[in-house]
Unconditional design. Structure first.
Length: 120
């Protein structure tokens, strides 16, 4: 695992903390919302790895990369939908449902990121 993975990971963590703290009060609800949103950022990081793989691959692999890219865009949309749903459930006080959807969301984005890193 080289700098091609570590540097984007550092950017992901940095973006998380900057979005959480700049011009906002860092409190429990804002921290929870930021935690609920993190899978969206992870999904787009994974999608950017897939895009890089597709661009750098030769012909047979680039077709495979393009199929991955389409799938990852769909999964990113699903992660965004689940993030919004989790936020609505949190606001409604349905914390167990919020946790369940968040676990599903983190599972999806983590699996996508792991596979994207394997390809790169």
């Amino acid at each position: 695992m080289g700098s091609e993975v570590i540097l984007p990971g550092i950017l992901l963590v940095l973006a998380f903390f900057l979005k959480l703290s700049i011009d906002r009060e860092v409190d429990i609800p804002n921290s929870i919302y930021a935690f609920l949103e993190l899978p969206v950022d992870i999904s787009f990081l994974a999608t950017s790895f897939i895009a890089a793989f597709t661009i750098s691959a030769n012909h047979p692999e680039s077709e495979k990369g393009f199929i991955y890219f389409i799938c990852y865009l769909f999964l990113a949309g699903m992660v965004i939908f689940l993030w919004r749903k989790a936020c609505r459930l949190f606001e409604a006080g349905k914390h167990k449902s919020t946790i369940g959807i968040s676990v599903l969301n983190y599972t999806i984005c983590s699996a996508c990121l792991v596979r994207a890193i394997q390809l790169v």
